[in-house]
Design a protein around this ligand. Structure first.
Ligand SMILES: [Zn+2]
Ligand SMILES: [Zn+2]
Length: 338
């Protein structure tokens, strides 16, 4: 079965011939990355990492001028992650993920208000909504709703702040990134190897991407919110758990064997999949998601969707920590970078 998809004017969303195939039970062969947009795979020094981030950011910005405001936000978040305050504010977790509960669930984050206010204000300013941040919007409430990934809370904040352009929907996930990535870095050792849910074991988000990784084509799911990385089976829909191969398929744009869209006929959801030799760096999952936009067009035109709600709702409390604020003041006084 094949179809011609004509998904719009963007240079990377040119007409595609697309075939639909049943999902194989496994993928064996290694695929060498050949795309113009680099797949960033290896850990390296901070400088090398920045260069690669910038290469991908500028490749995306050159190809999609309309994304530049969003890319500027992602760029700011990547720099913000380097600050120590986020790692210092990761709550201790003792429970493992054995019961299918993400580690973020029920977390109380004690954090000094000042860095939260500074970062939220900066992100809102980059998004051209600095006035909102200086108005009725409570940065701590935004931070809490964004880290939890709660769309209802974000909607309520948007209404209260008079955000009629949907700015918080875009800025919220970016505001949450530094905290969520710090949680992922701290909590990854606590994730059970037997984690079998479709949602992220760290933050409860649905997978942003799937990877067919390494020489044996192991299937891994990746979270764009926190960079999470967990194993799954080839024949299983991450969203509804469907295992019947008759209901699972892959859309394969011609000439793009290493990038496909995995679809489920039962729930009509999809996840984009990319063949990689090594893991995509956690910080780059969100950029790789953008780099594969053409596949979203292919899926949407065929009536598949990403799930609207979060994989596993979690409750998060962000509470101002006066003690941390004091400690940070002392660090400033002694010249340590906050
Ligand atoms: Zn996650
Ligand atoms: Zn499904």
């Amino acid at each position: 079965m094949s179809a011609i998809i004509r998904p719009g004017r963007s240079s990377s969303t040119r007409a595609l011939t697309c075939t639909v195939e049943r999902r194989p039970t496994a993928r064996g062969s290694a695929v060498t990355p050949t795309s113009a947009a680099p797949t960033l795979c290896e850990r390296g020094s901070s400088m090398a990492r920045e260069k690669r981030d910038e290469a991908l950011l500028s490749a995306l910005g050159a190809e999609h001028a309309e994304w530049r405001p969003l890319l500027a936000l992602v760029d700011a978040a990547l720099h913000e992650m380097e600050r120590a305050v986020w790692a210092e504010s990761v709550p201790a977790r003792e429970h493992s993920t054995a019961a299918g509960e993400p580690l973020l669930s029920g977390a109380t984050i004690r954090i000094a208000p000042r860095p939260v206010h500074r970062w939220a204000h900066r992100a809102m300013t980059i998004a051209g909504a600095g006035a909102l941040a200086g108005g009725k919007l409570d940065p701590m409430a935004l931070f809490e709703a964004a880290v939890a990934g709660d769309p209802d809370l974000l909607d309520g904040l948007a209404r209260a702040a008079g955000d009629d352009r949907g700015v918080l929907k875009v800025v919220g996930p970016i505001v949450a990134m530094p905290m969520l990535h710090a949680c992922r870095q701290a909590w990854t050792p606590l994730v059970s190897a037997a984690w079998a849910e479709g949602y992220c074991p760290i933050c409860g988000g649905w997978p942003t991407l799937a990877e067919a990784r390494g020489l044996d084509g192991q299937r891994r799911l990746r979270c764009g919110r926190c960079g999470g990385d967990w194993r799954t089976e080839w024949l299983r829909c991450p969203f509804c758990g469907e295992r019947d191969h008759e209901h699972l398929g892959s859309l394969m744009p011609e000439g793009s064997a290493r990038r496909t869209v995995d679809v489920c006929e039962r729930c009509r959801h999809y996840v984009k999949s990319v063949a990689t030799l090594a893991p995509i760096r956690p910080e780059d999952v969100v950029l790789q998601d953008l780099a594969m936009l053409v596949l979203d067009v292919v899926a949407l035109e065929r009536g598949y969707r990403r799930p609207a709600a979060k994989g596993r709702p979690v409750e998060v409390i962000a509470t101002p920590s006066r003690l941390r604020a004091l400690l940070r003041l002392r660090r400033w006084a002694t010249g340590t970078k906050p």
